[in-house]
Design a protein around this ligand. Structure first.
Ligand SMILES: [Zn+2]
Length: 368
């Protein structure tokens, strides 16, 4: 029995899908973020959200492109994260430029009006001329202050004036990070976008892929049990050989979770082609602050043979032959019939009692 490991394989679809989806995600998220951040910008929080957006695209590209190569995903994810942040900054630059241009043009129009007042023969410049003059003024100011024009000039200006951190999103007051601090903040944010995109790609690389059938093995079943059983499942599955018969109902009849709130989640991913399964188990323990659960992988993607999958629904202790209800009828080829994902927590074993019936207590005979 072994654990799934990505083969590192790529095929002809992988690069176009990865780069195509990555570019689409980076450009659209960067554009959107650039527009939004002209009104409100949250340090670190926005880059996290941007990275998640790019990550969705990277993950989808890796999946649709049948990419099983972590290095390829890593390179594309970081490149697209940086590109996305660059697009955001460029949109910020264009926004800032157009508002500064409006101010310059308003000033030019004021001067024209003054000029006309003092000199009746003054020839008013055309709107195109005003645009050209404003453009030159903007360029001159940037070059004078930073030595560069265009985006680079604006970027240097941004660093020179420094990024201010303030509560409540106000633009005045707050701590100014200065030249170095601002540059570090921008770098950290850009890398953060790349890292979030990479994390999403890494998540896809952890999904098992069947190299025999050229398809991803998707989540087919999920069950909840206690932590002790979780370890037992891993031990049993690890000892299985391709020829051995797994215990009947190993997965179907998992004991319920403890009252303590600690529990284990078992997940089965399945190749729909060859019915090979990949079993993972996660320990879920309540956090100290009582909010939510901490999840830790106990075992991940243990390769399990089709016979384990076939015995999944057989209740524990059921005879190998015989026609109990709830079992698929015996046939030449038993049809794989997995419980749906929504099955969730297995039913608590015990005698069935109709809902609404009070439990019988000693000295309290049931009413007639
Ligand atoms: Zn397969």
């Amino acid at each position: 029995m072994q654990v799934y490991q990505a083969s590192g394989n790529l095929d002809s679809r992988s690069w176009p899908a990865l780069v195509g989806f990555g570019l689409g995600g980076a450009l659209s998220v960067g554009l959107l973020a650039g527009i939004i951040t002209q009104f409100i910008d949250l340090v670190i929080v926005f880059p996290l959200a941007m990275g998640m957006g790019v990550g969705i695209a990277i993950k989808q590209g890796a999946r649709l492109g049948h990419c099983r190569n972590l290095a390829a995903v890593t390179v594309v994810a970081f490149a697209m994260g940086l590109l996305c942040y660059g697009v955001k900054l460029y949109v910020n630059y264009r926004g800032s430029r157009s508002s500064v241009m409006e101010l310059i043009k308003a000033d030019i129009h004021k001067r024209i009006a003054e000029e006309k007042k003092s000199d009746a023969s003054f020839k008013e410049p055309s709107p195109a001329d005003v645009d050209r003059i404003a453009d030159e003024v903007y360029r001159e100011v940037l070059v004078q202050k930073t030595g560069s024009s265009g985006f680079m000039g604006w970027f240097k200006m941004l660093l020179q004036s420094g990024i201010s951190l303030s509560h409540g999103g106000g633009s005045s007051g707050g701590l100014n990070l200065g030249w170095v601090g601002s540059l570090i903040l921008l770098l950290v944010e850009a890398i953060l976008v790349g890292f979030m995109a990479y994390s999403a790609g890494l998540d896809q690389m952890k999904q098992p892929y069947c190299e025999k059938c050229y398809r991803w093995a998707d989540l087919a079943w999920r069950g909840v049990t206690n932590l002790k059983t979780l370890g037992g499942v891993a031990e049993t599955v690890t000892k299985l050989t391709p020829a051995s018969e797994p215990p009947a109902g190993l997965l179907a009849a998992l004991p319920p979770a403890d009252e303590s709130g600690e529990h284990g989640r078992v997940e089965l991913r399945l190749c729909e082609g060859c019915k090979e399964g990949f079993l993972s188990g996660f320990a879920l323990t309540p956090r100290a602050d009582g909010k939510g659960l901490d999840s830790a992988a106990v075992f991940e993607n243990l390769v399990c043979p089709p016979q384990l999958i076939l015995t999944m629904r057989r209740p524990a202790g059921a005879a190998e032959t015989g026609g109990e209800s709830g079992r698929p009828p015996a046939g030449p080829t038993p049809r794989l019939n997995l419980p749906s994902m929504s099955a969730g927590r297995p039913p608590v074993p015990g005698p069935a009692r109709p809902a609404g019936t009070p439990p019988s207590r000693p000295g309290n005979p049931p009413a007639k």
